[in-house]
Design a protein around this ligand. Structure first.
Ligand code: F6R
Length: 359
């Protein structure tokens, strides 16, 4: 039931602070130690490489997961689109371990991969929002997202829940390997900051509605740019806008624009810059300036410590590995309001189904 909300999507965006708190209490002890079954950690410890398999928004959460597993567990990690992996399997490492990310647990493209891997006797984990879903039943291990039912076709809270579960698992694996960075990573405290930070963004949602009206109402194309983790959030942000507002939107590694795509910048094309990483903030800002010199309207989403006076949206600081949990919220809201203000059916975009059961 969506209660007083006009659309499930807005309700689900607003639920994210609570999902963070729920995951913290489900998966972290009072003292912050991760609660993950030993058998799963042992299977992962035997592996020399993790392969994350997913589609769409879940794939974008997987890209962030790669950062988490490589930084906190020091295990090489690859991320693959399931529909590609199924028919073009890359050369695997000696002891691969597979992680399926799927809100529904029913995506046919991902299941195709799992069926193939089971035939080859590889071990896998499914991270899903739906207990007893097909992927969950057919893989060796399951971790639940505890996000509550996600009804809107456009995925929001499942994305942030997936990143959070990946962070918990990466910390658990890193700690069990004795990696200092994993031990020192105070995830319990950080998830508290994330929940409070998310709340402050959703409380200020009207600001984002204004930005949507000002820059996106007449736009026929838009770009999201960033580097590293911010690039991954750019991909997710552009997918959100595309699927519910039908504006042609692309996410780009900000350094790549000048290698071709910058030709598409016209007078008033909105370009959203995501700036949450201290090592690349200056570079992304100068890439934004290059687009402005060609007529673009730059809109910035920056973390507080990296913010400048004229930034449009400033989100609170959290550990730089977790900034996607905050930077994606304004992008979700931007997509929501742009769709709403165009009078579209936000929860049921054309041509799309909630769970994609065909290949
Ligand atoms: C986008 C969206 C889709 C799904 C994709 C995978 O908002 O919802 O891109 O993320 O179809 O679905 P799951 O996660 O159920 O496997």
């Amino acid at each position: 039931d969506k209660g007083t909300y006009p659309y499930y999507m807005l309700k689900e965006i607003d639920e994210q602070p609570n999902v963070m708190r729920k995951l913290s209490s489900e998966y972290l002890n009072e003292d912050g130690t991760p609660v993950v079954q030993d058998e799963l950690l042992d299977a992962m410890k035997q592996s020399d490489r993790l392969y994350i398999i997913a589609a769409g928004t879940s794939y974008h959460a997987g890209l962030v997961g790669k950062e988490l597993f490589e930084k906190l567990s020091e295990v090489p990690t690859e991320v693959h689109v399931s529909s590609e992996f199924a028919y073009n399997m890359p050369l695997l490492s000696k002891n691969p371990f597979f992680i399926f990310l799927s809100q529904s647990g029913e995506t046919a493209d991902s299941r195709e991969v799992l069926v193939n891997l089971n035939r080859l006797n590889y071990k896998s984990l499914t991270i899903t929002n739906v207990a007893n879903s097909t992927l969950s039943r057919e893989s060796n291990y399951t971790l639940l997202l505890h996000a509550g039912p996600e009804i809107s076709v456009a995925s929001t809270k499942a994305y942030t829940a997936q990143i959070t579960v990946e962070a918990i698992l990466a910390k658990a694996l890193g700690e069990s390997e004795g990696i200092a960075k994993a031990k020192d990573f105070n995830l319990k405290q950080q998830l508290g900051f994330v929940a409070t930070g998310m709340q402050s963004i959703v409380d200020e949602k009207e600001t984002i509605n204004e930005i949507s009206k000002k820059y996106f109402a007449d736009a026929n194309r838009a770009f999201y740019i960033g580097r590293g983790i911010d690039y991954f959030v750019s991909l997710e942000s552009s997918l959100k806008l595309k699927e519910i507002s039908y504006i042609l939107a692309e996410g780009f590694a900000s350094g790549e624009l000048k290698h071709g795509t910058i030709a598409l910048i016209e007078e008033d094309t909105p370009v959203v810059g995501i700036i949450t990483q201290s090592n690349t903030a200056g570079l992304t800002r100068s890439n934004l300036e290059e687009t402005m010199a060609r007529g673009a309207k730059a809109i910035t989403i920056a973390t507080e410590s990296l913010s400048k006076e004229n930034d449009d949206i400033v989100v609170p600081d959290v550990d730089e590995l977790l900034t996607p949990l905050l930077s994606v919220i304004p992008a979700q809201l931007l997509a929501y309001y742009t769709s709403l203000n165009k009078g579209l059916d936000v929860d049921h975009p054309r041509n799309l189904a909630k769970s994609v059961t065909v290949q």
